[in-house]
Ligand binder design. Structure first.
Ligand code: EPS
Length: 379
């Protein structure tokens, strides 16, 4: 089983990700991890913290001469803004944050909760995902995350080759695929900042060249759509997840919802094994299993709950009404969410890949994919 955990607090010494079950024989490029960490810090609308941090990964274990060993891999990212011992407590819980529920649940202070609830923790998830994408790359799987809505503004994605779309996204200050519509969204973020308010949005991830058969129909907790939904929903501030048509499917007839199946022998050598689909409304997953079409997953991010112009709250020591506390925060972190969701999706796809094809050695995995596809073709 390929899995990981993170440890670390927002203003603690740093963030640690421990990855267990990662195959042997992958040459790790820390540049790939650092690039994703850097992208996670970016996007228009971030706050002062991102100028303090320069997230860089250090590999503490699990590699030898740059190659993975099959043993646990520990990734460490230091916090420049280490000051947890000096941080003061908050006494007016911020609506939307874990301040109230967490401090009641653990019978503790708000500070003791928010330090871990902070999205700073996603540094660890991005690092683990950026490692996992190197395993995916070794078997030809690639993926891209981008912003498709910013508040009320739609930034509809374009179709095209992933490398071309990546170049487009990387030029966008919002990580969208719509440079023509970005200025309107940037203006909205500026206006929002002036108002002391915050903004959410929608991000999408597209995964390509996925083989048939990742995930399973056979047990609820091994269905790939369920696993992806959990991983994505568990990202801070995500309130909704859709795969393929998602909620739209509920409003259509079946004939407008499902993807017809055809066979094209000239494509039998591809991942689709010749089974072509004129549409991909299912988003690459049917009955919890991949169908060799691109996986399409979207996530809705709520506006950040720390408001410069705070909502009503309660002063906990006196129980009197008071405005919620304000802490340094971001106005809009939807671009960062596109990076985080992309990388948590990468990890789940990698986990499903090794579940089907083995987790010991990358060369063995490659051969098992070839063998499986050959057996499926010759059935
Ligand atoms: C966050 C508040 C801000 C964000 C932080 C998440 O941090 P701070 O309170 O230290 O200024 O910048 O995100 C990160 C530090 C990060 O690296 O993403 C929050 O309230 O959750």
């Amino acid at each position: 089983m390929l899995r990981y955990w993170t440890a670390g607090e927002s203003h603690g010494k740093g963030i640690l990700a421990v990855i267990d079950g990662f195959p042997c024989g992958i040459a790790v490029d820390t540049g790939v991890i650092d690039r994703e960490l850097e992208r996670r810090q970016g996007g228009y609308g971030r706050g002062g913290r991102q100028r303090l941090e320069q997230d860089r990964v250090e590999i503490l274990s699990g590699t030898w001469r740059g190659m993975t060993l099959g043993s646990p891999i520990a990734l460490w990212i230091k916090n420049n803004d280490y000051k947890i011992e000096k941080m003061e407590d908050l006494d007016r819980p911020r609506p939307g944050h874990g301040d109230l529920s967490g401090s009641i649940k653990y019978l503790t202070s708000i500070r003791a909760i928010l330090e871990r609830a902070s999205a700073r923790e996603t540094v660890g998830r991005v690092a683990a995902g950026a490692l996992a994408r190197q395993l995916l790359a070794a078997v030809g799987i690639d993926l891209l995350g981008y912003v498709v809505a910013l508040g009320p503004i739609d930034l509809p994605p374009r179709q095209g080759r992933l490398d071309e779309l990546r170049a487009l996204r990387d030029q966008s200050p919002l990580f969208s695929l719509r440079p023509d519509k970005d200025p309107e969204a940037l203006q909205l973020i500026d206006d929002c900042r002036k108002e002391g308010d915050t903004l959410g949005g929608v991000v999408e991830v597209r995964v390509e060249n996925v083989p048939f058969g990742l995930g399973t129909h056979a047990q609820w907790d091994r269905k790939l759509d369920g696993r992806l939904a959990q991983a994505v929903m568990a990202v801070q501030a995500i309130k909704g997840v859709e795969i393929g048509l998602g909620f739209q499917a509920a409003r259509r007839f079946g004939s407008q919802t499902h993807d017809p199946i055809a066979y094209d022998p000239s494509r039998a050598g591809e991942r689709c094994l010749g089974f072509v689909r004129p549409t991909n409304r299912a988003g690459g997953i049917e009955a919890g299993m991949t169908n060799a079409q691109p996986i399409l997953i979207r996530a809705a991010m709520k506006p950040i709950s720390t408001l410069a112009k705070p909502l009503e709250s309660v002063h906990l020591p006196t129980k009197q009404p008071q405005a919620a506390a304000y802490e340094r925060s971001d106005v809009c972190a939807v671009s960062a969410a596109a990076v985080i969701v992309e990388n948590v999706v990468a990890f789940e796809i990698a986990a499903a890949l090794v579940e089907k094809f083995g987790q010991d050695n990358i060369e063995e995995i490659r051969r098992r994919i070839d063998l499986f596809e050959e057996m499926a073709r010759n059935r």
